[in-house]
Design a protein around this ligand. Structure first.
Ligand code: HEC
Length: 201
């Protein structure tokens, strides 16, 4: 669900930026007539795209376990760019319009940076399956049955969700604790993956 949302958010952002890029180019190159035509043609599309962009953005924000400071900067820039764009394109003020476009692009860059910083930290960046494949298959194998270095067969584990979360968080014997390498959300995700895709299979 969250991944689908993320993809729609990207799609909306790309469309939104594209519309603005074209508008900015037309404005800067004094193609007033074309700009008016383009504005008319894309009016409805723009409303849909802007709404989708904001709605998916807000939805995703509420999915985040904690909102990084940079995210606020990003939202601030997007919010600031809207009145600038409205005034800029209406009054055909090149400076304001360009500034507005620039803010959108910068906030795009910030979003990428937030994503990179959180690469080790968010449910959106990595699914339970991906975490399992990267961190756990060495000992447990892709199907949980490998049993390397005395590890338990996860397909027959008697542990419930909370039990799995505890073992992964604090570790047990040769299995290290993942408290410092995985976030609480990632541990939740990997535990859910074991429950749905490995246990009893
Ligand atoms: C270095 C090898 C190793 C890695 C890597 C490893 N484990 Fe383990 N795991 C073990 C061992 C050994 C045990 C058995 C511990 C014991 O009971 O003595 C175990 C036990 C478990 C158990 C308890 C099973 C049961 O029924 O008691 C779970 C759940 C588990 N591991 C999940 C994971 C997850 C999730 C990961 C990846 C984040 C992971 N393990 C990575 C070695 C490993």
């Amino acid at each position: 669900m969250a991944t689908g949302m993320l993809h729609s958010h990207y799609l909306f952002v790309v469309l939104f930026t594209l519309i603005y890029l074209i508008k900015t180019i037309l404005l800067l190159s004094d193609r007033d007539e074309l700009l008016e035509k383009f504005k008319k043609k894309t009016k409805v599309l723009e409303i849909i795209v802007s709404f989708g962009f904001l709605a998916t953005g807000v939805f995703l924000m509420f999915q985040m376990p904690h909102i990084p400071t940079l995210m606020y900067v990003k939202i601030g820039l997007v919010v600031l760019s809207i009145p600038l764009a409205v005034v800029g394109y209406k009054k055909k003020n090149k400076v304001l319009a360009t500034l507005s476009f620039f803010l959108i692009v910068v906030s795009f860059g910030i979003a990428q940076k937030v994503k990179k910083e959180k690469a080790g930290g968010t449910i959106l960046a990595m699914s339970g399956k991906e975490i399992f494949e990267e961190k756990c298959t060495l000992c447990h194998g892709g199907d949980g049955k490998l049993g390397m270095s005395g590890s338990k067969d996860l397909s027959v584990t008697q542990l419930d969700h909370a039990g799995i979360v505890t073992i992964v968080t604090v570790g047990k014997n040769t299995m290290a604790s993942y408290k410092s390498t995985l976030s609480a959300e990632q541990i939740e995700a990997v535990a859910s993956y074991i429950e749905t895709d490995i246990k009893g299979k």
